[in-house]
Design a protein around this ligand. Structure first.
Ligand code: ZN
Length: 124
């Protein structure tokens, strides 16, 4: 069965809102928070592998990530998966960010991004 996905961009300023939605039992928010946590842990362990998924700028102490992008199932079920990546602050405001990130994710997560909902939701 095909799975439908949603695209969210979570900025540090909107993280508390996402955490609250997760605590209230919103499944897409819970998955998003889990993915952000995993990505954040990976960032701590392998800082060299952490680049902006759009422009490939590297992150370090003086250039922190601007936002996390998460792609999660619209209707999660057992075994559903999502993916997240980091975006730099320069790329956050690109009008075509959703398309660009989807192109980048398609390479590392083939066959799934085709089913994404093309209405990026910016949590604010
Ligand atoms: Zn960037």
């Amino acid at each position: 069965m095909k799975e439908l996905y949603e695209f969210f961009m979570v900025e540090p300023s909107t993280l508390p809102e996402a955490l609250r939605a997760a605590r209230q039992g919103v499944q897409s928010a819970q998955m998003s928070i889990d993915l952000i946590r995993q990505t954040f842990n990976l960032m701590q362990k392998e800082p060299l592998s952490c680049m902006c998924r759009d422009c490939e700028a590297e992150f370090n102490a003086s250039r922190p990530p601007g936002a996390f992008v998460v792609v999660v199932p619209m209707f999660p079920r057992k075994g559903s998966e999502g993916i997240s990546c980091i975006i730099c602050s320069d790329c956050m405001d690109r009008p075509d960010l959703a398309e660009r990130v989807q192109d980048a994710l398609r390479e590392i997560w083939p066959g799934r991004i085709e089913n994404i909902a093309l209405h990026p939701v910016r949590m604010q």
